[in-house]
Design a binder for this molecule. Sequence first.
Ligand code: ADP
Ligand code: MG
Length: 766
Amino acid sequence: MTVPLLTEDSPLTKLLKKNEAEQLARTKGLFSVADLFEFVPRRYVRPGQLTDLSVLHVGEDVLVVAEVKTASTRPMRNRRGKMLTVVIGDDLGNELDVTFFSAYGHEGKLVPGVRGLFVGQIGAYGRRLQLTHPEYELFTDDDQGDAAVEWYRTHRVPVYSTTGKLNSLKLRKLVQQALDSVDRVREPVPEQVRVARGLVDRAVALELVHRPAVDDKPSRGLDRLKYDEAFVLQTILAQRRKAAESELATPRHPRPGGLLAAFDERLPFELTEGQREIGAVLTHELALDRPMHRLLQGEVGSGKTVVALRAMLAAIDAGGQAALLAPTEVLAAQHHRSITDMLGDLAQGGMLGGAEHGTTVTLLTGSQNAATRRRSLLDAASGTAGIVVGTHALIQKHVQFADLALVVVDEQHRFGVEQRDALREKGIRPPHVLVMTATPIPRTVAMTVFGDMETSTLRELPRGRSPITTHVVDADRPGWVDRTWQRVAEEVAKGHQAYVVCPRIGDVDDESGGLAGAAGTRDSSDEDAGWEAHWDDGDGYLGGGDGDLVEGDGAASSPAKELTGVYAMLSTLRSTPALEGLRIGVLHGRLDPEVKDATMRSFSAGEIDVLVATTVIEVGVDVPNASVMVVVDADRFGISQLHQLRGRVGRGAVPGLCLLMTQGAGEKAAERLDQVAATTDGFELARVDLQLRREGDVLGARQSGRANSVRHLRLGRAEDEQIIADAREDAFALVADDPELRAHPALAAAVAMRLDEEQAAWLERG
Ligand code: ADP
Ligand code: MG
């Protein structure tokens, strides 16, 4: 067969039948030869020699030559299709089971009497050893497999994630054919950098990854692919940073004796040192003629909002406006309320009794009635409103500002870069941007997802902040649940308040009292959908995405436990003697915004003792009098999410207590809860969390997809942190010298391709 000469741009239809190429495109996102090269094996089998069937061990990589003795199929218990079990054996009577969870394509070939070689890793099913989905090649009269045996003996055998009829063997041969047909592999990394970092050539790397000899180290090749991924990404970030530096912003000079000064004078507490220092940095950067682009991270309650507000006041003092973008209506309303409160008479600009230099704080959300909304839009456009607080309604086209000076984005995780950019376009010149996040950002993520921003971190909590104690409550143990509700009652008796957080809304019918206004099962109202997605796929979010390992494995899909809904919990609490007479409220994303807002107000005002809620309260909700939180079905939440949630208590002078209630949690989930209980160090938890999650989750639901995701890099791993740091250094140095990449066409092409992918992914998501 003559092999067509290919380039990395060649579509896979050059190597495959149309339907097969389509399948690879659809299921694996592989379109071109270049994509195929990036499709790295999940693992390797390395037999190294022919294996004797009489001595086998679990976990051993084997290469056996044997004959099919028996073959049988049977329907599977939990899914469609049938599985194939084959017994292979040698002349001495030694036997081994071979299993395929889909008989399709194998059934006709693996019939008694045929001989061949089988390659895989020995596993066990019950007490019998077996090979699951091994690679195999059958012998014919002409071919007794000598060449094949020789190949398997001398190579590590890549195992690819399979799809349909394209099993690992076919995929391996496909990749190898592609490697043989492309005569020049792209080399985006300049030689100088390759040498300095001791990286192998890309062509060598691809051989190491896809066709390693028995003693080769595929990891060296993979490190090169990781480096390339990081290098291209960092080049993009470096270019973005460079472009931002050349943008012209309106300098906003501080004005002594203005709003900020008046606010500082009224402040009932001392700023922490961190708040003061970062405040100075922000004031300085606001006064520059290029746009600030800064990430402010700090634990829940570390006082970010105060820092941001001070920057907004500085911007107003300089004649501009500020916009604060919040991820949910609850949060936007709360920010609006708390900023208005903090400002006091300073927020009553132009009104009777307002301070002389006062301004106006306006709220703009999607659910406002037409009249209110029109007013808000007018306030923003006319410049009457110094501060406009809103949800992503703020981003819409018809929202205009008189002179937008500063954009503050709260809880960046919920917003994509695109949304940030949409707001930036609302200024006459690009406004300054401050992004706040309470989720501690590990260095790898800071360098990639936020790699085009400067960062500031608030490390200390304001004085007077009380510690939070966390306990895991095993609901299966007798008395523990009762004790939990007693603790809640005790806190309320002391004049404090409680949250009870549930993983779903549930049906209103679950609640005997019959509250109107809500329906549905999950809290997936528009705004909340993004973060509810954290657990949307149930415990699956812990998985590594190795789909085909559990293919057909019925045991893996045990029926999910029914999750506790808000309304069912409300009903439970109402009939719990310990809580008799307490005022219990409900909050979740499906409620009318007015109802939500009214409920939050009553809770803030102390008119509700116990608030039963979904994760709506995860972010930013601030009621210092709340001292205890019970998280129901806590095993269904991720580490970071639990940490965020419990940050809602212990915000005032009262010590916080967080009770993580679980029932029949799996081992992994239990471990996760123990970790949350063991430390309140958000950075430590973020690190642990990152190791457990898929990257898409790390980057936030709205940011997953191809756009900001990474293919080879694992953001939770220390080794990859070094690779990213190296690539960042190299890329930033290169872009500083050659911003247009004129001397580096191959890199420029790789950058263009990556940006195209981002664009495509973005369009796809709409
Ligand atoms: P974050 O946004 O980081 O979660 P906030 O800015 O909302 O934190 O602050 C949480 C609470 O702490 C608010 O009630 C705020 O008024 C208060 N606070 C902020 N800074 C200080 C400080 N330096 N000293 C005392 N209390 C503070
Ligand atoms: Mg906050």
